[in-house]
Each structure stands twice: as C-alpha cells, then as structure tokens.
Design a protein around this ligand. Structure first.
Ligand SMILES: Nc1ncnc2c1ncn2[C@@H]1O[C@H](COP(=O)(O)OP(=O)(O)OP(=O)(O)O)[C@@H](O)[C@H]1O
Length: 698
C-alpha cells in the first residue's frame, strides 16, 4: 500500500478531508466519488478474521483502491464497480461539530454524534468482502442503541454477516463481512476538529479548549478525586537511576543566581510542607529542584529546562506554597469573584488535573486552596469550584480565558504565574492566549509578579518569545541538554514502512506481554483504528485524543493507569507531562513532526529514576526531516545510533535539504542557548554526545 493509500485509509496528513455536511451527504447514498471515498476508508480499515488479517488486508487494498473478491480472488478495479473508490479522501472530519455531553438526548442527531448516513451501494456482483470495518463512537447506552440502528438500517437479505464488537464501553467496532447490503445507516463517528496534534505546533488545542459559547453545551462534571490521605499521597517508587540524576551537569545563566540547595531541610520550608514532602515519599531533591527552589524562594523569575520525569512540578509548587504559607495566605470564603495568588497553566486537561493533584497533595493540611478548571467539563462546575475559594488556580488556557471573561476570576492579586510545558504554552497554538492573559489590565505587570516557566524542551525561538513574559534579569536553569531526552529511556529506531506498521506493532506488543505501553500515532482517527485493531487482536487497548469526550478521556486514562487496559493509543495530546506509574514502553507508531514532541513522548516512560524503553517506527518516506535531530538526541542520551539513520541524516545534511523549524539545529544545541547568560555550575559529569561527526553541524 502506498503512502497515499495509507493516508486515505486513516485520513492522515495530506489527505483532503471533508466537511461534516459533505460527508453526511456522501453517506446518504451518493454513488459518486465521495461515497466511494467513505467506502474505501471504511473497508480498507479492514481486519478480516484469522491470523493473516493484516496481510490479507494489504493484499486487498492496493494503490487505486482495488478490492479483491474472496470468492473469485479476482481483483475488482474501480471501473468494474458502480461505486468508484476515489483516491486520497477518507473519513475526513474537518469541520465536524465539536460535541461533548450534549444536554438532552433529543438534541442529538438521531440520538448519536457525528456521522450519519449510509454506505455501500449494492454491489453488482455477489462477492463477499472480508475486512470491512467501521468504527463508531458512542456512549455505553448509545452502543446498545447503535446495534439496533445498525441492524435496522441493513438490508438483511443481502447481508452475510455483521459483527459488532463493543469495547471499553464507549467505542464500537463493527466488522462487516458483507458486501451486498443496501443501505446501512451508521451513526456515531468522529467529532471535533481533525488532527489537532499530529500536524505540528500550531493547532494544538484540544476539544473544548476554545472557551466561548459556540457548540453544544458541555455538561460533564468530573468526579471529585478521592480525598482520603492515602489516595492523596499515593506515589510510585523512585527507580534505580534516581541517584544518577546528580551526574547531570546543571547550568544556570543570568545574573547573581542564588546557590543551589542540597537537601529539603536547606530550603527551610514550613513544617506542614515538610510533612507533606515526607508523606509523598520525597527524601532527596532532584537537580531541577535543587536549583529552582532557591531561585523561586528568592523571588526571581525562572525558565527551567530539565529532562522528562525529573520532578519539575514539585520544583515550582513547593517554593510557591512556601511563599504563600509565609505570607499567611488562606482560602477566601465563598465569593462571586475570586482573586487567586497563583495561576498555573498547562496545555492539556489531563496534565493540568495532574498538577492540581500535586498541588493539593503539597497543600494538604494548609489553608491554601488549589482549584482546577479545564475544558470539556461543565463551565458551571468550574465556576462553582472557583467560587468556593481559590488560591492556586490550575487551568487550561481556554477555560481560564472563559472564566476570566465571566469575571469569576480577578487577576490583580496574582503573584505567581506558572507556564508548565512553557514552550508549548508560548507556541503558535497557545501563545496568543498567553499574551492576552498577561495583557489584561488588572494582571500585574511582569515586574510585580513572578513568572516561572518549565519544560523539558525549549526551542530557541520560544526562548526569545519568553522574554516578553519574564523580567529581564530572569534566570535560566538547564539540567543536562536543552531538549535532551531522558537517558533512562532506552531508545530504538526501527525502519518500518507505513504498510508494515500494524504488523510490527502487533509483533512487539505480543512479545511485550501485558506491560504498560503507550502507542503514539499522528491522527485522532488512527488512534481509534489502532485501538480497535489491537482489541480485535485480543490486546486490551484504549485510546485518548482530542476528539473524545472528556469523560471518555478520563475513563481511558483511568483504565490505563489501573492496568485494565495495558495499552493506551494516543495522539500527542498525551505526549506531555503525564506521569503514569509503570509505563514500561512507548511506541511511536508514527513519529511526531518535531523533535521536541519526540522527547516528550518517550518521556512518558523512564520517569523518576525508573528505566523504560521507547521504540519508534521510522518511515523513510515521511520521517526524513527528523533524522538529524534524532541522531543528535540519541547521541546526547548515549544511545546507539543506527547506521542507516546516520546515513539518512548525513545525506540530508549534505544535499542541503532543509530541516524544519524546531529540529536539530535550533532545539538541541544547548551551547547557543547559554551564550552570554552568565554562570555555569558544573556537575560531576557532562553527558556528552559521542558522534564526533556532528561537530561540523554545530
Ligand atoms: N524529589 C523527589 N523524590 C521522589 N519522587 C519525586 C521527586 N520529585 C518528583 N518526584 C516524582 O517523580 C515523578 C515525576 O515528576 P514530574 O511529573 O514533576 O516530572 P516532570 O519533570 O514534570 O516531567 P515532564 O517533563 O514529563 O512533565 C512524579 O511521580 C513525582 O511525584
């Protein structure tokens, strides 16, 4: 199968996508290119029964969308059929309405979300095609309803078999082993904007992040987190490499940095905080904590870059809480408008929720009240949470803007502004909202607030943008290399062409057994397709992406965390920050478009001194632009660099092909970043990169 066909199959990048209305019409029985596009997409998802399913599917769906008849084993060219299989189009969903929990079933289209219509006009001949598969998304209740509807819509006289498989309650995969059905009414499907994450930095926002009042009303109220002490302080063990963190060189640039501390005691935090730190199982500081805590305690602005999973969250939470305790901050009582002292923003809902839980843990037993608000949940719920008192507001940008717009939050009391995953928060996706935030007239200007930025990656252009937010005398702490991967993650890059990826994935997952694994793909549609495929292969998998309802996202994450579903298939929405115990493997089924995203993705494993493995499928056709930066990241992390990857990297270098923004030359060259920014605090060992050949690239 060619790249183009694969794109058509899963609606990958470069594939023209169809507006919702058009698709709907297409499904309603147009025997033209549009309808056939859908047919191709649906059918080519195919997973016929039996061990050679994938192989058979590849055989069946070649360039040009030929079907192979099972009975005749004869290739059916598109010309042979009343329905042509148009190329390059698929289940596009650009322009699909964003729908979350919609108030009242009557407002749903036919009781479902998303696609509605029919497909598969009568086939002229009586072939039986295997491997036709349709995925719909529905709630648990809707799944039941969906069965009824699907069966009602099918002309049974012509239909051979329809299999319905419900998994994870919320998704449904219907394998259709029939070609000769008339009108199949299929409801459900994808919602939300397409490919928010896979295609670059600019379109990051998750569903519901936009704030505003467009779209159906969201009614989801997340369940309150458990509030018993045991649950609040639940944590996982630091790993065997925790002490090795000390070997990383730490560089602090900027004027007069306060000295690092070596122990929690030196931080001189209050007793309650110390108690909470102990209950959280923290006995030793990580490097980013050693340097950042005294800097924040000294009231300085900070940009801090440290490898994934090395404790950046506590590095900003602890000193902020210490200051607030010192200042006698206590939660204000119920008020229409709250004035938090601290605002923390992060790019995804799951991450901000995690930060909130950390804040709640460290603030336990104090009068400081952290609150979390994020998109995809009922706005009224967010408002109620805020109105009950709010000192530390953890928020995703869209919901934050929404609440500020509704005047439920006053900004004039803000003393601490934290941008976690700061490079993401400042990029084209969220940058404008962040600028808007600091430009509100009642937001204290930068010289009257403390601004803190944390991430494992900081491309240079983002460092420049950050200047607008930070005081000129801010400090820049770098642990290891800017944008360097965690060295506790064993990285492998495999050359795998698109059409072989599923088989390779299966092979790997079968050999891994039930070890917790995150599989990253590049589009929302593919996320569900791969999860469905794995479920059919008896590998319990769930999925998370921006088009899933928030409730579904949280269930998926819970199932993954609990081990109920040991495989989580995700878009880059899950790439950053998520701290999930025991993730042993990350598989990049598709490599991301930037090296930063790669570093974050593989950082979901190998956290807090534990070891992990990351396997990435490198497709020569689409991933060449990453070759140089991958080589650099692998070398920096003292990983083996495949010869073929070096060759690709060098051939790109030598032929002068351009390397996209944010990759090799800008993002991982740490030296450029510190020039002229002041002092260096050497550690015991500099993690150096070994491939001397790259020197000419610097
Ligand atoms: N000093 C410490 N001792 C023990 N555990 C720690 C310490 N600091 C942090 N941790 C734990 O390490 C894990 C990773 O921390 P955290 O999520 O803050 O990493 P991070 O650097 O923010 O990662 P990412 O870049 O992926 O966001 C968490 O479970 C956290 O509770």
């Amino acid at each position: 199968m060619s790249q183009e066909d694969w794109d058509a199959e899963i609606g990958g990048s470069g594939t023209p996508v169809l507006p919702f209305e058009e698709l709907e019409m297409g499904f309603s029985g147009r025997a033209d290119g549009l309808l056939s596009d859908c047919s191709q997409s649906i059918s080519s998802l195919g997973a016929g029964e039996g061990p050679n399913k994938s192989k058979r599917m590849q055989d069946d769906f070649r360039v040009g969308g030929c079907f192979r008849s099972k009975d005749t084993n004869e290739s059916l060219n598109r010309e042979d059929q009343p329905v042509r299989f148009g190329s390059g189009r698929s289940f596009g969903n650009r322009g699909f309405q964003e729908r979350n929990s919609i108030e009242g079933p009557s407002t749903r289209k036919g009781g479902f979300r998303g696609v509605s219509g029919s497909f598969g006009q009568s086939h002229r001949r009586e072939e039986h095609l295997e491997g036709l598969q349709v995925i719909v998304k529905a709630t648990e209740a809707e799944c039941l309803d969906a069965k009824v509807r699907i069966f009602m819509g099918v002309d049974f006289t012509k239909c051979v078999t329809i299999e319905v498989l419900v998994w994870n309650f919320y998704q449904m995969s219907i394998s259709l082993k029939a070609i000769n059905f008339g009108t199949l009414t299929l409801t459900g499907g994808y919602k939300g904007h397409d490919e928010e994450l896979g295609s670059g930095r600019s379109s990051w926002k998750s569903a519901g992040e936009a704030g505003g009042d467009t779209g159906p009303k969201v009614t989801y109220v997340p369940p309150p987190p458990p509030d018993d002490e045991e649950a609040i302080f639940a944590h996982y063990q630091t790993g065997i490499n925790f002490d090795k963190y000390d070997q990383n060189i730490v560089e602090v640039s900027g004027l007069d940095p306060p000295p690092a501390i070596l122990t929690f005691e030196e931080a001189n935090l209050c007793q309650t905080l110390n108690k909470n730190i102990a209950k959280a199982g923290y006995t030793k500081l990580t490097p980013v904590q050693k340097y950042s805590i005294p800097i924040i305690l000294a009231g300085r602005d900070l940009m801090a870059c440290a490898q994934t999973g090395s404790g950046k969250t506590a590095a900003f939470l602890l000193p902020i809480l210490a200051h607030m305790m010192r200042d006698g901050v206590t939660a204000s009582c119920f008020k229409e408008q709250q004035e938090p002292e601290c605002i923390i923003v992060a790019p995804t809902r799951e991450l901000i929720n995690q930060i909130f839980l950390e804040a709640r843990k460290f603030a336990y037993g104090t009068c400081i009240r952290p609150v979390v608000i994020y998109g995809g949940t009922q706005t009224g719920h967010s408002i109620r949470q805020v109105m009950q008192g709010c000192n530390i507001l953890c928020a995703t940008p869209g919901r934050l803007m929404d609440i500020i717009g509704k005047e439920k939050i006053g900004l004039h009391n803000v003393k601490y502004l934290v941008l976690d995953e700061a490079d993401r928060m400042l990029d084209m996706g969220f940058g404008p909202e962040m600028k808007k935030l600091i430009s509100y007239p009642n937001m204290p200007p930068k010289d009257r607030r403390q601004t803190l930025m944390f991430s494992a990656t900081f491309p240079e252009e983002v460092q420049r943008l950050a200047g607008e937010f930070l005081k000129t005398e801010y400090l820049f702490v770098v642990v290891g290399h800017v944008g360097g991967a965690c060295s506790d993650v064993q990285q492998s890059i495999l050359q795998v062409a698109q059409y072989s990826k599923r088989e390779k994935l299966l092979e790997i997952l079968q050999s891994i057994g039930c070890e917790r694994t995150m599989v990253f793909v590049d589009t929302k549609k593919k996320t569900d397709f791969i999860a469905a495929f794995l479920c059919q292969e008896k590998i319990p998998a769930t999925s998370i992406h921006g088009a899933r309802e928030q409730r579904e996202r949280e269930v998926a994450l819970r199932d993954f965390r609990s081990g109920k579903c040991p495989v989580l298939v995700a878009t880059s929405v899950a790439a950053r920050g998520l701290d999930i115990e025991n993730v042993q493997h990350v598989i990049n089924f598709d490599l991301p478009s930037t090296i930063e995203e790669y570093v974050h993705r593989i950082g979901r494993t190998g956290r807090c001194g534990n070891t992990g493995k990351a396997i990435s499928f490198f497709d020569n056709g689409s991933d060449g632009h990453l070759a140089q930066s991958l080589v650099k990241v692998l070398s920096d992390a003292q990983q083996e660099v495949p010869v073929w990857l070096e060759e690709i990297a060098f051939s790109i270098h030598e032929t002068g092909l351009s390397v996209p923004r944010g990759s090799f030359f800008t993002s991982v060259d740490t030296r450029k970043n510190y020039e002229g920014r002041g002092s260096t605090n050497p550690g015991e060992m500099r993690t150096s990169y070994t491939a001397s050949a790259f020197e000419s690239w610097d």
